[in-house]
Design a protein around this ligand. Structure first.
Ligand SMILES: C[S@@+](CC[C@H](N)C(=O)[O-])C[C@H]1O[C@@H](n2cnc3c(N)ncnc32)[C@H](O)[C@@H]1O
Length: 393
């Protein structure tokens, strides 16, 4: 099977995890880029990547690179590509443009100029042209320009891969599915230890954990744009799906999803049902500050309210209570807390053993790990030592 270059896009901070996922699927020549990983693979890997990767947003297939110093050169170079290979007259298309640097400063203008070049090529060769559909096109073309360096790719994904298809309902301030999966992978969860999602909102962490633990493909409920490509191989696609089905494994562990809000629990349950993992998760309406560990240790993952979109009477006091509660009632666990409220995070009052910069949407966040056991680590600090937020400034 032919191999070619591919680009997997992701969120800031998840590039290494994505590269590891790609290598596990058989990708070669992986190279970390800014919010993306470049790799080499076959059409089969392109299908698998869309269907199975948990920390990827889109898979792009580069088809041309060139230099352009002005709009005429951009137009001419786009027109040199044989667009009949990628697009038929019956199909609709859309162009996404992204620009950085001083030569091209308006991404919408770049998209418009590129659209003109494609349309003009069809008109000259066939007398007619394919139509544009910016919302739901058959073929999506990506033009990325950095200074004078232009790269043209075909988007094999369409709607980004964080849209798995199960979260049709959500509570206020949900976490991205890709970020949730990335955090679980970053935590190194062994898929056996008890998993706690104590402020579950729409249930994203729990559902992602259940999918991951069983190797259930993320893409089961959705479509991909490569299914509309002129070279779409339906037999190969079915083989990829059949193999993924065979790789699903049973999960014996426990996933506990709780939230203070009854509606959040109802929404989480509906989402888990759609994802096919409701049987793997125990949903309960509960206040985290009244809860305690159920078995021997486990992994806790949560994004408490940030006070950005969610209001909390006294966010700083609340974060302090969360830290104290973890210390007293979750001994033996590892807790990973992500928050966009960097000030409030300082008031957790426990010493984090890891700090990772991430973004939830546009919001800069910190993911912090707390090891909740009495400090027997050789030479290390007592991780449960309560520290004053002011002492760190
Ligand atoms: C930022 S949202 C979590 C989003 C969630 N990860 C998702 O994917 O949708 C914070 C959640 O914490 C819940 N919450 C706030 N205080 C709580 C408490 N003391 N105990 C349990 N849940 C709480 C809120 O009801 C809200 O659903």
């Amino acid at each position: 099977m032919n191999t070619f270059d591919l680009i997997a896009t992701t969120q800031f901070g998840l590039e290494e995890i994505l590269a590891a996922e790609l290598k596990a699927l058989g990708a070669e020549n992986t190279e970390i880029l800014n919010r993306a990983v470049k790799f080499t693979g076959t059409l089969e890997l392109l299908y698998k990547s869309n269907y199975l990767l948990r920390t990827c947003l889109k898979i792009l297939k580069p088809i041309a690179t060139f230099e352009a110093y002005n709009e005429t050169q951009l137009y001419e170079n786009i027109k040199k590509i044989d667009w009949s290979q990628y697009l038929t007259l019956q199909q609709t298309f859309a162009i996404d443009g992204t620009t950085s640097g001083e030569v091209f400063t308006h991404s919408k203008f770049v998209a418009l100029k590129s659209k003109d070049a494609i349309v003009d090529q069809f008109r000259e060769n066939c007398g007619v042209r394919p139509s544009i559909d910016p919302e739901d096109p058959d073929i999506r073309i990506n033009i990325h320009i950095s200074d004078i360096n232009c790269s043209v790719s075909i988007d094999s994904t369409g709607v980004p891969l964080n849209k798995r298809g199960y979260r049709l309902e959500q509570t206020f301030a949900p976490i991205s599915e890709v970020l949730a999966a990335g955090i679980i992978l970053l935590s190194g969860w062994d898929r056996k230890a008890d998993f706690y999602d104590p402020m579950c909102g729409s249930g994203t962490f729990s559902i992602e954990a259940a999918l991951l633990a069983q190797n259930i493909p993320n893409g089961q409920l959705r479509k991909f744009l490569f299914e509309k490509w002129t070279n779409f191989d339906a037999v190969l696609w079915q083989t990829v799906k059949d193999e993924a089905e065979k790789a699903i494994v049973p999960f014996e562990g426990k996933i506990y999803a709780t939230d203070l809000d009854k509606t959040a629990i109802e929404i989480s349950l509906q989402n888990a049902r759609r994802a096919g993992v409701a049987a793997n998760i125990e949903f309960t309406e509960a206040d985290f500050l009244q809860s305690k560990v159920k078995g021997e240790g486990g992994l806790i993952v949560m994004n408490p309210p940030y006070n950005e979109r969610l209001k909390n009477d006294d966010i700083v006091e609340f974060y302090g209570e969360v830290g104290t509660h973890l210390k007293h009632f979750y001994n033996g666990c590892d807790a990973w807390i992500i928050s966009g409220n960097l000030e409030a995070l300082k008031f957790i009052g426990l010493r984090p053993s890891r700090k990772i910069k991430l973004f939830n949407g546009q919001l800069e966040c910190r993911l912090q790990k707390y090891e909740l056991y009495r400090g027997s680590k050789r030479g290390g600090n007592d991780p449960l030592q309560i520290i004053s937020p002011t002492s760190r400034r």
